[in-house]
Design a protein around this ligand. Structure first.
Ligand code: NG1
Ligand code: MG
Length: 545
């Protein structure tokens, strides 16, 4: 884990933003404060919790399979201005109150929540309600604080404080830059800061933000929250999840010509909340099914495998478990992944996908064993229910009941091939970055080629691109980008391009002429369409500004 382990407390905007962003940010922070004062009878916030969005450079849709990824934080962020009213510790006090508003009142109406001190926080994941993201951070943060109070034998004194909050977000919603993780991480940070004097541990915050975001109904991986919380100014972040969450800052080498990242919006919105059953959550399920299928076929019965302890780990065997019984553990990561690609090609032969019945046939024993284990762990009797004998019902219970997904066939071959080849590209990308001093002339193109291969794999194997994204990538490459691809979950949203500084203007002009000019965009959209991005810093709390 990188240098300091607590979320920094900073005193000035210059500690957060690069110099050329300061004037604009100062005006924005003034508006935030003014809105806070008008909402809460002239009071000032006592602190502002900030967490940024991110762009993912390489490693798409592999974080939830516990493979390492390389994102970087961006300047756009979620801010929560907060004042915590001293909690009334009177024993009769059984509730606490959260008032929350947004700088954009029209789109995000103000809410007041009066919550029971000891009750679990209920979040209706089926509702498209903006405060759900705050509530999920609140739930996670209070859960952690309560757990700590319990460990210290002080649980009965634990009473959450009343909070007044105003939020301002500049990460575009549904745009692939992770507005949700920025909001959830900033919310959890705000609640921890308001309710405890202890410094907020970065790793605890990251892990709790990962878990919290799931209460909004998305089976999210951990990349976004890690990038949002742990990034350091000027560096991308190599995030690994196995055997446990770890992150190290990675500087891009100085190459000739110098490189920059261009982020270009497609203005095709794919809101995860609405599309998860056929897109994001379905992919997560397909990966679990692919891993289970490979394990069931390749691992001899009775093999006991060491379980990874990653944040996403369940008792289910994952891709990493294929290693142990296929003599892969002694190989280096590149060879392991190459072997896994070959094993997958041989084992998962059905291009057209697999039906529930076909999967259940192969998985029936491992699923039954898994359900029995779970039942034993939870002390419940799921495994002995009446449909215990029905392999399809068991399969559904194990893989398809946690989050709703809709599919008749599961394309586990393609999804597994994407995961292994993408994990391999991350390893190769990192190796190029680490060995690139002194910069060799062709390093830039090699990095770009890996990004282009990611885009091909996302389009063909993972089916998470869309025609507009494909167009943007084509246009940018022919104007001089070394590499162009979707970033984030895909199906719309944002693209990222590796561009030599001397081609920046040409790439921007080509996108403007060949893509944006053909769409009906507002002037605000036009202004936000393309940004040159540099690695920004992760979460921080600003006090006394
Ligand atoms: P977006 O849709 O950009 O927030 C999502 C996931 C990531 C990762 C990427 C795909 C959440 C919060 N984030 O990113 O964990 O899986 O898709 O690489 O669900
Ligand atoms: Mg998101």
């Amino acid at each position: 884990m990188s240098s300091s382990s607590s979320v920094p407390l900073v005193a000035s905007l210059a500690d957060i933003y690069p110099p050329d962003a300061l004037a604009q940010q100062a005006a924005r922070w003034d508006r935030l404060r003014a809105r806070f004062q008008s909402a809460y009878a002239g009071a000032s916030p006592t602190f502002v919790a900030r967490s940024p969005g991110r762009v993912n450079i390489i490693g798409e849709h592999i974080d939830y399979s516990l493979y390492a990824v390389l994102p970087m934080a961006i300047t756009a962020d979620a801010l929560l201005a907060v004042s915590a009213r001293p909690s009334s510790s009177a024993a009769s006090e059984t509730t606490y109150t959260i008032r929350i508003g947004n700088v954009d009142e029209q789109t995000f109406p103000s809410r007041t929540f009066v919550l029971e001190k000891d009750a679990d926080i209920a979040i209706d994941a089926s509702a498209s309600e903006w405060t759900n993201y705050f509530m999920s951070g609140l739930k996670g943060a209070l859960g952690l604080l309560r757990q700590k109070a319990r460990a210290a034998g002080k649980e009965e004194h634990f009473c959450p404080r009343d909070l007044d909050v105003i939020m301002d977000g500049t990460v575009p919603v549904g745009g692939g830059l992770s507005s949700s993780a920025a909001f959830v991480s900033a919310s959890a940070l705000a609640v921890l800061t308001a309710n405890s004097d202890a410094p907020v541990d970065k790793k605890e915050l990251t892990e709790l933000a990962i878990v919290s975001e799931r209460s909004v109904g998305v089976y999210s991986g951990g990349m976004d929250q890690a990038a949002s919380v742990l990034s350091e100014l000027g560096s991308a972040l190599f995030v690994s999840f196995s055997p446990h969450l770890d992150a190290k800052p990675i500087k891009f080498p100085r190459t000739d010509p110098e490189l920059g990242f261009v982020i270009a919006q497609s203005f095709v919105t794919s809101t995860k909340h609405d599309t998860a059953p056929t897109r994001y959550n379905l992919r997560v399920v397909e990966c679990s099914l692919a891993a289970a299928y490979l394990n069931a076929t390749l691992n001899p019965p009775g093999t006991t495998l060491p379980l990874d302890a990653g944040p996403l780990r369940t008792s289910l065997k994952g891709f990493h478990d294929v290693y142990a019984s296929n003599n892969l553990t002694g190989l280096g990561p590149e060879q392991q992944l190459q072997r896994l690609i070959r094993l997958t090609e041989k084992t998962l032969t059905q291009e057209e996908g697999y039906t529930r019945e076909e999967l259940a046939q192969v998985l029936k024993e491992s699923v039954a064993a898994d359900l029995a284990n779970l039942a034993a762990e939870e002390g419940s009797s799921i495994a002995t229910s009446s449909d215990d004998a029905d392999p399809v019902a068991n399969l559904e219970k194990r893989f398809l009941s946690k989050f709703t997904v809709h599919a008749d066939r599961f394309k586990i071959r393609q999804r597994a091939l994407h995961v292994f080849s993408e994990a391999l590209r991350v390893v190769q990308f990192l190796k190029l970055l680490e060995n690139a001093t002194p910069a060799s002339a062709d390093v830039n193109q090699k990095l770009g080629n890996l990004m282009n291969a990611t885009q091909d794999s996302c389009r063909e194997l993972y089916e998470c691109s869309c025609p507009e994204i494909d167009d943007i990538c084509r246009i940018a490459r022919s104007a001089g980008a070394y590499g162009s691809r979707l970033t984030g979950a895909g199906w719309g949203g944002c693209t990222v391009h590796l561009v030599p500084i001397d081609k920046m203007d040409a790439v921007k002009a080509a996108l403007e002429k060949e893509y944006y000019a053909t769409r009906h965009l507002t002037s605000e959209q036009k202004a936000q369409a393309v940004v040159v991005s540099r690695p920004a810093r992760g979460s921080a709390t600003l006090v006394g500004h």
